[in-house]
Design a protein around this ligand. Structure first.
Ligand code: PAF
Length: 280
């Protein structure tokens, strides 16, 4: 695996490979890699000649400085995992490679960025689109792989790609789960043994709602889900929404895709999860 920490050299290197007809698959991450990330690398490997992974803890997508500070940084271990997974290129820039001093701009993606996660983490998706736009300009990939766990993020990046006509195909990869059902996340390292136990209410409730789902009982199911989660000690529900998979507004029986999305604090750790209930 070749590792780059600066943008021009990685860009030039990949352009040369591309010119020889090689296809490039890209997995953008913030590191603290787990099996979920590795599943993206695996799919990218199946579908492309060259796989590139970026590791960059993007400061502009953290609305809480404490959250940014405590975000796990495990570059050496990540690098070994990527090597083992057959990743070809790692791009791990420092902040000064990605941002100029006092750089201030963002893309206006429309209302989707202000709903759900956007409401609880104001400015989060502005930071995400800013960095992903920069990464897409540095890494000339034909395909980019993102996890379904950040469903709203996928939707917003898709909107950005459409809006700016970026020449990259986005691939959504399934959520990877730990044996009890907890969605894999870099933040899971912060969960205590008790937190882990309490956190199971999130995937458990999503599964329960999926089993009971019909398009005409959305309001009642939402209420039931909120009750189940609120009854779990150590868990503070932020939202449970049964949403239209394209707009993220509350689903209607006419919605083509319907997704249940949840965010909650378990102990001091904020977790998100989702499940597609219909369509998709
Ligand atoms: O999903 C993530 O890890 C991040 O939001 C991303 C897409 C790498 C942008 O920093």
């Amino acid at each position: 695996m070749k590792t780059f920490t600066t943008k021009q050299p990685v860009h030039q290197y990949l352009l040369q490979l591309k010119a020889t007809g090689k296809s490039i698959g890209f997995v953008a991450t913030m590191g603290a890699l787990h099996q979920g990330h590795l599943s993206l690398i695996q799919l990218a490997k199946q579908q492309n000649d060259i796989v590139v992974c970026s590791i960059f803890v993007n400061p502009t997508q953290f609305n809480d400085p404490k959250d940014l500070e405590k975000y796990p940084r495990t570059l050496d271990a990540d690098s070994r995992l990527l090597e083992g997974a057959g990743c070809d290129v790692l791009f791990a820039p420092g902040v000064n490679q990605m941002y100029d001093d006092n750089e201030q701009w963002h893309l206006n993606i429309g209302e989707t960025e202000h709903l759900l996660e956007g409401e609880f983490r104001p400015g989060h998706y502005q930071g995400v689109t800013q960095v992903v736009y920069k990464l897409f300009n540095i890494i000339p990939a034909g395909r980019a792989y993102f996890g379904q766990k950040d469903y709203q993020q996928f939707l917003i990046i898709s909107k950005m790609v459409q809006m700016l006509k970026l020449p990259v195909e986005l691939v959504m990869c399934p959520i990877m789960r730990e044996p009890g059902g907890l969605a894999m996340s870099s933040r899971n390292v912060h969960l205590s043994a008790d937190d882990r136990q309490h956190a199971l209410v999130l995937s458990g409730t999503l599964n329960h709602i999926k089993d009971k789902f019909t398009p005409d009982n959305i309001a009642a199911l939402k209420q039931e889900a909120a009750q189940l989660i609120n009854a779990e000690p150590g868990v503070a529900l932020e939202y449970f929404e049964i949403a239209d998979g394209e707009t993220l507004h509350e689903a209607t029986p006419q919605s083509k895709t319907i997704v249940a999305l949840v965010a909650a604090k378990v102990g001091n750790t904020r977790l998100i999860d989702n499940v597609v209930l219909a369509g998709g």
